[in-house]
Design a protein around this ligand. Structure first.
Ligand SMILES: *[C@@H]1O[C@H](CO)[C@@H](O)[C@H](O)[C@H]1NC(C)=O
Ligand SMILES: *[C@@H]1O[C@H](CO)[C@@H](O)[C@H](O)[C@H]1NC(C)=O
Length: 358
């Protein structure tokens, strides 16, 4: 008994590891089968003008007619059904080689549709279009126009899925006949529905213009004539933006943008649109302009051997070249002193330095 059990277990293990088990019902087995059939048809095309040899004699004519239905032609077609990298495809072809031979030699005149004969009726991995699942039942909405042509039927054309609809954009409901929010029915009967987008101002609507809204989208308001119009949020007495921002109105909304660095507040882009100047700037010719603190009559940098450096909205006091900050004073850099003694040329090349030293 013990021995038998081990053998059974080993067999089971081998079977479980064999790809044959899941190759037949994987999610991709129907698409794989359709690819095989497509490539079979291409192979038929490619080999249509071929024969056993070259030439075109009467003997060759007879040979050609034999080639047409020959095993050699079948093998040529079978060899080119799959990419070498596709395991599932190659496996499916190998596993069903006999069926291909059977169809080629005996069935193809009676059942010319290889997809139906092979993928649907024989190995049962596909269903006819518009049907789904193990028994190829009709999709929701019927097999002629699954989901009323407004969506995808789950498992359509395969042995999988539940036949329910995933509606296209703009449609909803089990049958994809109803219109989603923001869409309205342009045409509609029991089996047909065409949903079209509402005007951008409508949340819901019954027609294409801003007069057909049932409800305005936020950012839009209904006027006396029942049309939805853009709210100019920027025209409000109290700006919806922060102090150092300006408001930019858009259809259905608005945005806040930063004022120029020269402004404390503003009505638009750039230093010309300031309504107040930042510190370090002064109003000049209708815009906020940087104050050059370094050229004011009252000196901004007061220590000996330091330079004033202006920047936008501010200035800096830095020790002159050849000097460094030590305990709050600018004193001569030792290293530089030596360098300058060594390199006489630098003094003649840069008269500025000479001047500073004085
Ligand atoms: C529904 O409308 C479509 C498109 O206008 C039309 O082809 C179809 O015959 C109509 N069906 C019925 C039942 O009225
Ligand atoms: C103006 O702003 C106030 C306060 O933020 C707000 O309650 C009001 O709805 C706004 N009016 C308009 C027309 O946007």
């Amino acid at each position: 008994m013990q021995f038998v059990n081990i053998v059974t277990l080993l067999t089971l293990a081998v079977v479980l590891h064999s790809p044959c088990l899941f190759a037949g019902d994987s999610k991709t087995s129907c698409p794989t089968c359709r690819t095989i059939v497509d490539n079979f048809v291409k192979g038929l095309d490619k080999t249509a003008k071929k024969n056993f040899g070259g030439g075109n004699t009467a003997w060759e004519e007879r040979a050609l007619s034999k080639y047409e239905t020959s095993e050699i032609r079948l093998v040529e077609i079978l060899e080119n059904l799959c990419d070498s990298s596709s395991f599932e495809c190659n496996h499916m072809v190998e596993e069903h080689e006999e069926q291909f031979e059977n169809w080629w030699f005996k069935k193809k005149d009676t059942y010319p549709d290889l997809l139906k004969w092979f993928c649907i009726d024989n190995i049962e991995v596909c269903c006819p279009r518009g049907t789904f699942g193990p028994d190829c039942n009709a999709c929701v909405g019927g097999s002629e126009r699954p989901c009323h042509n407004n969506g995808d039927c789950d498992g359509d054309g395969t042995r999988r899925g539940d036949g329910k609809c995933r509606c296209n954009k703009g449609y909803k409901g089990d049958f994809c006949l109803e219109c989603d929010d923001g869409y309205f029915n342009k045409e509609r009967n029991d089996t047909f529905s065409l949903c079209t987008e509402c005007h951008e101002s409508c949340q819901t609507c019954s027609g294409p213009t801003n007069k057909d809204c049932n409800e305005c989208k936020s950012g839009w308001v209904q006027d006396d004539e029942k049309s939805c119009n853009d709210i100019d949020e920027c025209a409000n007495e109290t700006s919806p933006c922060k102090e150092n921002q300006y408001c930019h109105n858009k259809e259905g909304s608005f945005s806040c943008k930063a004022c120029d660095a020269a402004c404390t507040s503003c009505t638009g882009e750039g230093p010309e649109k300031c309504t107040g100047c930042s510190s370090g700037y002064t109003e000049e010719d209708g815009k906020c302009t940087d104050i050059n603190e370094c050229s004011l009559p009252d000196k901004s940098c007061l220590r000996v051997n330091e330079d004033c450096v202006n920047s936008k909205g501010s200035f800096k006091c830095v020790c002159s070249q050849g000097f460094e900050d030590k305990d709050g004073a600018c004193i001569q850099t030792e290293e530089t002193e030596e360098n300058m003694e060594d390199e006489d040329s630098s003094e003649t090349v840069s008269p500025d330095n000479v001047h500073e030293d004085l």
